[in-house]
Design a protein around this ligand. Structure first.
Ligand SMILES: Cc1cc2nc3c(=O)[nH]c(=O)nc-3n(C[C@H](O)[C@H](O)[C@H](O)COP(=O)(O)O)c2cc1C
Length: 358
């Protein structure tokens, strides 16, 4: 993709807890665009990780943050709501040997805007944004620094708003996608806007004047060719990269992705307060439909449970963020071999497609 200075039209999503410097650099070294995750780490860690990427690759790379208003200015929840959340979490805590909790969890640090400034100072090739509209002023600041802006939307109205803000390309996120649904504000209904990539990609391509990058459900060369045929200029892939050698995911998480069927994910707000797709497990089922705290606060409420689950190498009491395409991931490969095989298969598939019967 010429716009982003890469050989292959593939972006690896800047996935919190998965995309550290090793994965980002490996993807960029393989001729695609590696994107470092800024979510889930402190501003100091982000600065260190940017330095690490630069040590590992001379190629272009991106940096991602989630930019929704409720993370920029987290609103304090009521003690009453916290009591309902604790009632849902406490039995799960006890199952992994943790004591029960009461009251509000630790207040989340409102550090998103600090991370934005770190990213601007670092001047990566691409600033990648999820869950929010950066607005024209921030886009303009990026452009003055030579940074391209790529932001993600789940709907045509949100995609048009991003285009209006001046972003360079819109990532259109189909309902198959793993991780957070890139809604700018939390919808009332978890089923809101669940449109699959097959419909959403051409709809976005027809509605927008700027390039569209397809995200959701793509793992191989066939998916890449399909997205390009639907009019996308490139693809953004997340789930496929969880089970790579360079990913930050621990072994239990990688194994859960390898084991999952495509039908075994769910969209739920229990891990962060915002809707996201993850593999169903004891955590998602046990928490059920109980209420959640606002974004940031809910992450804080579940963090000790998740840490304990990871210590126990248990994949049942933790969020296993992943898309439906987990059902298509069968082995752990290096990031380079994932990209090489996608490109080789796409080349082969596109050469043998026939519209008419021979
Ligand atoms: C484990 C995981 C973590 C994610 N974290 C982020 C994130 O921090 N920021 C972001 O913009 N998108 C994030 N996403 C969403 C991706 O940007 C993208 O929409 C999605 O992975 C594409 O669909 P796929 O998972 O089917 O490939 C994440 C996705 C996954 C699977």
């Amino acid at each position: 993709m010429r716009l982003l200075g890469i050989d292959h039209p593939i972006l690896q999503s800047g996935m919190g807890g998965v995309a550290g410097s090793a994965l980002t650099a490996a993807v960029s070294n393989a001729g695609a665009l590696g994107i470092l995750a800024g979510h889930g780490i402190t501003p100091g860690e982000l600065t260190d990780e940017i330095d690490n990427v630069r040590r590992l690759t001379g190629g272009p790379f991106g940096i991602n943050v989630l930019l929704p208003q409720d993370l920029i200015e987290p609103s304090a929840p009521s003690p009453d709501l916290a009591a309902h959340v604790n009632a849902a979490i406490n039995p799960l805590r006890q199952e992994v040997g943790l004591s029960t909790v009461s009251g509000l969890p630790k207040e989340p640090a409102p550090e998103v805007l600090e991370k934005v400034e770190i990213i601007l100072r670092a001047q990566p090739a691409v600033f990648s944004i999820g869950l929010g509209d950066p607005g024209p002023d921030l886009v303009e600041r990026c452009h003055r620094l030579g940074i391209k802006v790529v932001a993600m939307a789940t709907s045509i109205p949100d995609a048009l708003a991003l285009e209006e803000s001046g972003v360079d390309a819109v990532v259109i996120q189909g309902a198959e996608a793993g991780g957070h649904r890139s809604h700018f504000a939390k919808p009332d209904d978890r089923n809101y806007g669940q449109v699959g990539s097959m419909v959403l990609i051409p709809e976005a391509v027809d509605a927008l004047r700027i390039p569209v990058i397809a995200a959701g459900g793509i793992t191989d060369g066939r998916g890449l060719v399909a997205a390009l045929a639907l009019g996308a200029s490139a693809v953004m892939i997340g789930t496929r990269f969880i089970a790579t050698a360079e990913s930050l995911a621990d072994d239990a998480y990688k194994q859960a992705v390898l084991d999952a069927q495509s039908s075994e994910t769910t969209i739920t707000d229990v891990a962060s307060g915002r809707y996201a797709r993850m593999i169903r497990n004891r955590f998602t089922d046990g928490y059920g439909d109980a209420p959640t705290l606002p974004f940031g606060w809910q992450c804080s409420a579940v963090s000790e449970l998740f840490e304990r689950s990871r210590e126990l190498e248990d994949s049942q009491h933790v969020a296993l963020w992943a898309g439906q395409s987990a059902g298509r991931v069968h082995e752990i490969q290096s990031a380079e071999s994932v990209i090489q095989s996608i490109v080789a298969e796409a080349t082969e598939v596109s050469a043998r497609i026939r519209v008419r019967n021979p």
